[in-house]
Write a protein that binds this ligand. Sequence first.
Ligand code: NAD
Length: 484
Amino acid sequence: MSTVETTYAGSFIAGAQHRNAGDSLEVVNPADGRRFAEVAAASAADVDAAVQAAHKAQRTWSELAVSKRGEILGRAAHHVEEHLDELIPLLTREQGKTLRDSKIEITKAIDTLMHYVGLSKSLRGAHTPNLDPGVEGYVLRRPLGVVGAIVPWNFPTTLLANKLAPALVAGNAVVAKPAATTPLTTLRFAELLAEGGLPEGVFNVVTGQGSVAGEALVTHEKIRKIAFTGSTPVGERIMAQAARGTKRVTLELGGSDPMIICDDADLAAASSAASMGRFYNCGQACLAIKRVYVFESVADEMIESVVAKAKRLKVGRGDADGTQMGPMHTEAQRAEVAGQVSRSVDAGGDLRTGGGPPEDADLADGFFYAPTVVTDPPHDSAMAVEEVFGPALPIWRVKDLDEAIERANASQFGLGSSVWTRDLKRAREAATRIEAGYTWINSRTKVYDELPFGGWKSSGYGKEHGEEAFDFYTETKSVVLGAS
Ligand code: NAD
């Protein structure tokens, strides 16, 4: 029998814990299947309380100088940083990832906050001095108002920070909803930002199910924009609901990122990037190597190298020493990936390693799935056409760059992509022709705050990161100053 050690009030509204009216959400440790916390879920009335608090706080916040908002956010972010040792094990416990990856994630979230703090000092606008004799024009940028931020469970803090930082620096207030299975780190993150000086009501968190708290946020009349990261079907539903009231949306959705490995690639570097890109965070990342297309002449060497790396990976509890890959996040997620692998193998793919839970009896109660490699499943099989959100990598042999690009683009998704070649002409051609929001050339799939990021096709709409993110948290107005 599992025991609940802690009960949390549920939401964080106007700078204080708020007791939700909804049913309890169970928080389960993916490493052993044990429920260790309960959090009451937000009802529509709780969501309304959060949005009203944000609405009340937003005007004063927006009237501060932009550099002052940056300064306040920067101080609050430093306070979060001082509590890394508390946040890291909490994230590992509720999400499952290794302690090392929790540290990388939360540090990255703080870096993103600080990146926009830095930009708050240098934001400038457009000015045209001579529209007509004595008439000048400038472009005014205004915040949207209250922004709803809806985030999944794979990177609860970075995916939140990507929204929170540009939204707050631009003068908006935010109500965030974490995934129902990972509420704890987000609640503590919000509490720490408030302790660090972020004014009450500027950032609020409501916990709960997507169908209740999420929908209440999306449809609330005072919400001006929804910044969503999650699956494509839910993103499409949100886009349709946001049409009422002409709300703004940014949608960071599913992906099935192709990696192309040419015959002149640095194979050692490419196979490390494939392994890292697929098995990092137990394969539960939007940007991840999800399909590999390798030139026939180097395919055997490449496949052997990736399979050997997959076999060597140390799978274990996220909080155990030496673990390189933790459990999957939920039993349902594991079952989904297991089904995609077995259907693709049944259809003709060659299972080279993995394909089920690891044999270690100590891991039997957790949601573990062994690093898996399947070669040449049919191009219409589940691993080719669906998003595989777990540690299972399909690899196909292709004859040349044309075939590789054609296969890469034969997907509903267009999030990330990568190409490995020493030939600049090939690299440029791939970067131009691949339909995706990012192309890495001879580089692992790392997201930089400096560069805008967002999917094409069913992978989403709008950009996060970069100065471009501000465009999605502001309205612009052209102002004309007449001569008299
Ligand atoms: P999901 O769409 O099921 O849930 C994401 C969030 O939306 C959760 O907070 C959930 O509670 C909420 N939600 C669910 N239904 C809702 C509704 N009807 N109205 C409002 N909110 C609702 O996604 P998931 O399965 O938890 O996350 C994995 C997916 O996220 C994958 O497809 C992955 O590729 C995608 N993802 C994309 C990016 C990106 O940047 N493009 C990053 C990470 C994850």
